[in-house]
Design a protein around this ligand. Structure first.
Ligand SMILES: [Fe+2]
Length: 484
């Protein structure tokens, strides 16, 4: 008996084994969806009772999603470890005992998990400021496994659901035939629909299920080894009706979410700086999150970004990682020493041929009283707006854009980052279908609301998991124009 299948403890029939039990397990997961939802509700209710202040609808949806993800993750871990034990039993000579294999797998798993997640209870996703090759390797392996096993498990569930839907359709078809041709025909159809699959059908299902699950792991590997640093230059024309004539064709490059660290190294950022300089922008803007988790890395982040070149200079704002790392003052000073000006509730006039473009930057609002702080910051922005010209606002978290619109502040263009484009995204299926939707509906690219424009850059670094799938790192370059 397979003791490792959380959802289906009785499914390890040795006659079936391998991908046979694999198919049966995912079917059980589909069958037990009611129990899974009940568990989610119970877990969420417990959480809300323990932390009543997190009862607002936004947190509710977020918490529900996180708990769902956690439960699915736990189920997937039991599922995949069970499959690895199946393989080990089949291929390791001498018929090792499953219990021993399970203990070995459990120890390896616990080591990698605890090694990659050493700081429990810090309130944020997994941290990495350890550059030693062995640490990076274990950390990378952990995340490949985490994302891959989750993706593959979800794919297997979807595959199982599709299989059930097909069989249900056959059953409905049988019922329809019953109505048309009488009881005997329906009995035969019903038998076809609910009989165990034929050997040929079972083989087909097994092979498809293996193929389906392999793509999840392969995709996670791709996102880790290649997708993470496969930078895309995005060119965007921005139409601004109030643009002074002298700024027609003015080009602004934006870099965001550098997150210097083991998986966004100085060399990689230097490569991005070289690409940006090659675009020959008139001005460069940075929209926060220069470090990952290690405040000590601020110096290196600044040194690398000091390589940026633009005739009208390099300006920036701060992100939540500068706030959490308590380096807002120090990194601003370090940048200033390199002629990079961080705008903290300040403006800078960009002048060209006697005309002016107004650049404003604000800090990330404080987490404890976030909305209150947003209003306070934006009141300051109101006083910084210059009438009669284009006003561009640099901020980190794009959700603030809604408040800019609500308050009717005359900001023509807001440039933001923060989302990393979700890092895991199915934008090619539907825009916004990605992890970034958990924090804001402004996930990546260009938006317009209330006559104001917003651009959300996907950033070049990563946090949490060092994987990007469907959300390439981005350097954006905007060409300003008055023309339609
Ligand atoms: Fe970020």
């Amino acid at each position: 008996m397979n003791k490792w299948c959380l959802m289906a403890p009785s499914l390890g029939n040795s006659k079936i084994g391998g991908t046979g039990s694999f198919l049966l397990v995912y079917r059980r997961v589909v069958v037990h969806w009611r129990a899974i939802i009940l568990l989610l509700i119970l877990a969420l209710a417990t959480f809300l009772i323990a932390y009543p202040d997190r009862g607002s609808p936004i947190f509710l949806v977020f918490d529900l999603f996180v708990i769902a993800l956690l439960l699915i993750f736990i189920a997937s871990q039991f599922f995949w470890i069970g499959r690895i034990l199946d393989l080990a039993e089949r291929f390791i000579p001498g018929k090792p005992r499953r219990a021993w294999l399970a203990i070995i797998a459990g120890l390896v798993y616990s080591f990698v998990f605890l090694y990659s997640y050493p700081e429990w209870g810090l309130g944020h996703i997994i941290r990495a400021a350890d550059y030693r090759p062995q640490s990076m390797l274990i950390y990378a392996a952990f995340w490949w496994w985490f994302v891959g096993s989750l993706l593959a498990f979800l794919q297997v569930i979807a595959f199982g659901a599709a299989d059930r839907a097909a069989r249900a359709t056959a059953w409905v078809y049988g019922k329809a035939r019953e109505a048309k041709h009488g009881h005997g025909a329906a009995l035969r159809q019903g038998a076809i629909a609910f009989d165990p699959p034929s050997p040929a059908r079972r083989r087909f299902l097994e092979q498809t299920a293996v193929l389906v699950s392999a793509t999840g792991f392969a995709a996670a590997g791709y996102g880790l080894l290649y997708g993470r640093q496969n930078v895309e230059v995005v060119r965007q024309r921005i139409r601004l009706a109030r643009l002074p004539k002298a700024f027609e064709g003015f080009r602004i490059a934006q870099l965001s979410d550098v997150h210097i660290g083991p998986f966004s190294t100085a060399d990689y950022i230097r490569h991005c700086v070289t690409i940006t300089n090659g675009l020959k922008p008139d001005l460069v803007v940075l929209t926060g999150d220069y470090i990952c988790w290690d405040p000590q890395a601020e110096g290196e982040a600044v040194r690398v970004l000091a390589g940026l070149r633009a005739p009208h200079g390099v300006f920036g704002c701060l992100g939540n990682h500068e706030q959490e790392g308590e380096i807002e003052e120090s990194i601003t000073r370090l940048f200033a020493a390199q002629d990079i000006r961080i705008l903290r509730q300040e403006r800078a006039a960009i002048r060209l041929s006697g005309e002016t473009l107004n650049l404003i930057g604000i800090d990330e609002p404080r987490g404890e009283e976030w909305e209150h702080d947003v209003y306070r910051r934006l009141q300051e922005v109101k006083g910084l707006v210059m009438p009669g010209t284009v006003n561009i606002l640099l901020l980190h978290y794009p959700a603030v854009f809604d408040y800019v619109v609500e308050l009717g502040i005359a900001i023509d263009l807001t440039l933001a980052g923060h989302t990393h484009g979700g890092q895991l995204s199915l934008d090619f299926v539907h825009r916004g279908l990605n992890l970034g939707r958990l924090v804001t509906h402004y996930v990546s690219g260009w938006y317009e609301k209330g006559g104001r424009q917003l651009y959300v850059n996907r950033g070049i670094g990563t946090t949490g998991f060092p994987i990007r799938l469907g959300a390439r790192p981005e350097i954006s370059v905007f060409e300003l124009t008055r023309e339609a």
